[in-house]
Design a protein around this ligand. Structure first.
Ligand code: NAP
Length: 550
C-alpha cells in the first residue's frame, strides 16, 4: 500500500478531535507507548510512515546490522510474561531477529489493531482555541488528537552525501538505511562503501568476503573495538531469565543504562602494568565493556584518554598487516570515546584481504559521482554498487522534516534552528500537548535506548493520566523550566571529552546544509541515565514541576 492509500483514517469531526492521543512512529518507543495508552483506556492511535512496524529495525536491513547493546538488556522490561516467552539467540542479535522480536511484542499484546501504516506526517498545527493538534499526512489526509506523542527516533533521518553527479550513477546505490528488502547478490561486484561510522564498520566487515572487490572510501577513521558476539544457548537463556531483575537493576544504576559499570579505582591510582592487564581483559569482553567498564577518567581526562587510545592503536597495528594501512585506520583528530564507539567483528582484518582497498578521501577528496563510479582528486574508480553509510541528521532531523506549528504559529524547526531547547527532552514550551519519547536533550541518545525509552513512556503516560484525572485539556512546559533544563544540558558538554567530538552527538553533519563545524548543538543529555531518571521522578513527585496543566 502506498502513502496515497493510507489505511482507513477517519475524517476530522467538527471541533472535537478524532482521538484523545496520537502516537507517531512504530519503533521501540511507539510500540510501548501505544500499549501503555490503550491499557489506560485512552482512545489512541499510532501512525507510521513505513509499511510496517519496527522503526530502526524495519529500515536498517544492511548486512551486519545488529545490536551493540546486549540483546537481553535491549528488550522491553515491562512484562514478566514477555521476558519469559522470548529467547534471544545471540548476545548481540541481528536485525532480522530484532524485527521479529518487535513483531512478537506487537502481536502478543494485540497492538497492530491500533496502528495505521503508510502514514507519513507532513505537518502538525496546534489549535489554540480547542487545544488539540491537527495532523496532515503527505497524501493530504487530516486527523486530529488532543495529545501527540512522538516516537520519531533520533537516528531516522538518513543523510546521503551531496556529491555532484549522484543521480547519473548507472549502477545500484543506496544509503544503508534504505538497503533493499530483497536479497542483494554482491558476489563478483565491485562495491564501494562511503563512510566508516558504526554502520559502515558493520557493513564493511560483513560484506568484504562476499563481494568481488571492495573499496572503502574513508574520510575520518573511527576508534573501534571488538563486539565479541556469541550465541546464547538455551541454558544460558534460562540463566539470563532467572536474573532479569538483577540485570535491569544493574542497567538502572549505570550512566549508560548497560550492565557495564565504570571502573572507579582511579586511572592514576593503579600502575601502568595494572592498566594494561585490565585493558587486555576488557578487549576480550563483549560489547561496550571496553568503553564503559573502563576507568571513568577516559571520559574526562585527555592524558588518560590519550594513553588508552594509544593502547587501542597498538591493537589495530597488531591486526592489520600493512603498517601504512594500519596508520590510516588510526584516528588522529580525536581520542577513543570522543565519538560514540562503533563495535566490530573482524573489521580490521578485512584490510588484509587482497580484494579490499582503503582510499583516504580526506587526502584525496571525492569530487563527483560519475556514471561508472567515483572520481576523487587523484583517480577515477569504477563500481557496480555504491553504499552510502553516511549517517543521519540525528536528534532533530526527523522533527525538522515535519512542519510543526505551535502557539502563535511558531515553527518548531525555526525555534530549534540553532539547536534544540526542551524540558527534559520530553516537552517544548509553545508546543502544548506534544510529547517526545526519545527527544532531543533526553537520556536516550547517551544510553541504552530502550532503557530510557521505557522510563520516558511511563513518565508521559503517568502525566497524561494525571491530566485526565484533573479534567484538564492542555499541558505545556513552562519557559522557565525549559531554560533551566537547556542550560543544564549545555553545561554538561564541556565536562566530558565526548562534548567536543565531531559527529552527531555534538550536532555536526557535513551533509546537512547550515551546520557549522565547531558550533555545538546541545541535543544530548550527558549527565547519565540514573541522574536523569531521578530528576523525572522528582518532577512527578512535586506535582509535575515545570509543567503548566490547564
Ligand atoms: P555516523 O557515525 O555519522 O558515520 C557516518 C560516516 O560517514 C562517517 O565516517 C563520516 O565521515 C562519513 N561521511 C559522511 N558524509 C560523508 C561524505 N560526504 N563524504 C565522505 N564520508 C562521509 O553514522 P552511522 O555510522 O550511521 O552511525 C550513527 C549512529 O547510529 C551510531 O553512532 C550509533 O549510535 C547508531 N548505530 C548503531 C549501531 C549498532 O551497533 N547498534 C549500528 C549502526 C549505527 P566523518 O567521520 O569524516 O564525518
Amino acid at each position: 500500500m502506498s502513502e496515497e492509500q493510507a489505511q482507513d483514517i477517519p475524517e476530522q469531526r467538527g471541533s472535537m478531535p478524532d482521538h484523545e492521543a496520537l502516537v507517531i512512529g512504530a519503533g521501540v518507543a511507539g510500540i510501548y507507548q501505544i500499549k501503555r495508552l490503550t491499557d489506560m483506556g485512552v482512545d489512541a492511535m499510532l501512525i507510521e510512515a513505513d509499511e510496517d512496524l519496527g522503526g530502526t529495525w524495519f529500515r536498517n536491513r544492511y548486512p551486519g546490522a545488529r545490536f551493540d547493546s546486549e540483546s537481553y538488556t535491549y528488550g522491553y522490561s515491562f512484562s514478566k510474561e514477555l521476558l519469559n516467552e522470548w529467547s534471544w539467540s545471540e548476545r548481540f542479535s541481528g536485525q532480522p531477529e530484532n524485527l521479529r522480536y518487535l513483531n512478537f511484542v506487537a502481536d502478543k499484546f494485540d497492538l497492530r489493531k491500533h496502528m495505521r501504516f503508510n502514514c507519513r506526517v507532513a505537518s502538525m498545527r496546534f489549535d489554540e482555541d480547542e487545544s488539540f493538534w491537527t495532523i496532515t499526512l503527505t497524501n493530504g489526509q487530516e486527523m486530529s488528537a488532543r495529545f501527540v506523542v512522538s516516537g520519531l527516533g533520533l537516528l531516522s533521518m538518513p543523510t546521503p552525501p551531496r556529491f555532484d553527479g549522484m543521480e547519473t550513477f548507472e549502477g545500484e546505490s543506496w544509503h544503508t538505511y534504505y538497503w533493499p528488502k530483497e536479497p542483494v547478490d554482491l558476489s563478483d561486484k565491485r562495491v564501494a562503501v562511503i563512510g566508516t561510522g558504526a554502520t559502515g564498520i558493520q557493513v564493511i566487515a560483513e560484506i568484504a568476503d562476499k563481494v568481488g572487490h571492495l573499496t572503502v572510501l574513508q574520510r575520518r577513521p573511527n576508534w573501534s573495538a571488538p563486539l565479541n558476539n556469541a550465541p546464547i544457548s538455551p541454558e544460558e537463556m534460562d540463566d539470563i531469565r532467572s536474573r532479569y531483575d538483577e540485570i535491569y537493576a544493574a542497567c538502572a544504576r549505570t550512566p549508560g543504562g548497560f550492565e557495564h559499570e565504570p571502573d572507579r579505582r582511579g586511572f592514576w591510582n593503579v600502575t601502568r602494568e595494572e592498566r594494561l592487564a585490565i585493558w587486555d581483559d576488557l578487549y576480550e569482553q563483549p560489547g561496550f565493556g571496553i568503553w564503559l567498564r573502563n576507568f571513568a577518567e577516559i571520559f574526562t581526562d585527555e592524558e588518560a584518554g590519550a594513553e588508552f587510545s594509544e593502547y587501542i592503536a597498538d591493537r589495530i597495528r597488531a591486526r592489520v598487516d600493512d603498517p601504512e594501512i594500519a596508520d590510516k585506520l588510526i584516528p588522529k583528530d580525536h581520542l577513543f570515546g570522543m565519538q560514540r564507539v562503533p563495535l566490530e567483528t573482524k573489521y580490521f582484518e578485512v584490510y588484509n584481504q587482497p580484494n579490499v582497498d582503503l582510499v583516504d578521501v580526506t587526502a584525496t577528496p571525492i569530487e563527483a559521482i560519475t556514471p561508472t563510479g567515483v572520481k576523487t582528486t587523484e583517480a577515477e574508480f569504477e563500481f557496480d554498487v555504491i553504499v552510502y553509510a553516511t549517517g543521519f541528521d540525528a536528534i532533530t532531523g526527523a522533527y525538522d522534516r515535519i512542519d510543526i506549528s505551535g502557539i502563535g504559529g511558531q515553527r518548531l524547526g525555526e525555534k530549534w534552528s540553532d539547536g534544540p531547547t526542551t524540558y527534559m527532552g520530553l516537552m517544548v514550551n509553545g508546543f502544548p500537548n506534544l510529547f517526545m519519547i526519545a527527544g532531543p536533550q533526553g537520556a536516550s541518545a547517551s544510553s541504552n535506548f530502550p532503557r530510557s525509552i521505557e522510563q520516558a513512556v511511563n513518565w508521559i503516560s503517568d502525566l497524561l493520566g494525571h491530566v485526565r484525572d484533573n479534567g484538564a485539556s492542555r499541558v505545556e512546559a513552562t519557559e522557565a523550566a525549559q531554560v533551566d533544563w537547556t542550560t543544564h544540558v549545555a553545561s554538561m558538554y564541556p565536562r566530558f571529552l565526548i562534548g567536543r567530538g565531531k559527529g552527531w552527538i555534538t550536532g555536526y553533519n557535513s551533509n546537512v546544509e547550515g551546520r557549522v563545524e565547531g558550533v555545538i548543538r546541545h541535543g544530548v543529555y550527558n549527565g547519565g541515565a540514573p541522574k536523569y531518571h531521578k530528576r523525572l521522578k522528582e518532577i512527578k513527585e512535586r506535582g509535575y514541576e515545570g509543567v503548566a496543566i490547564t
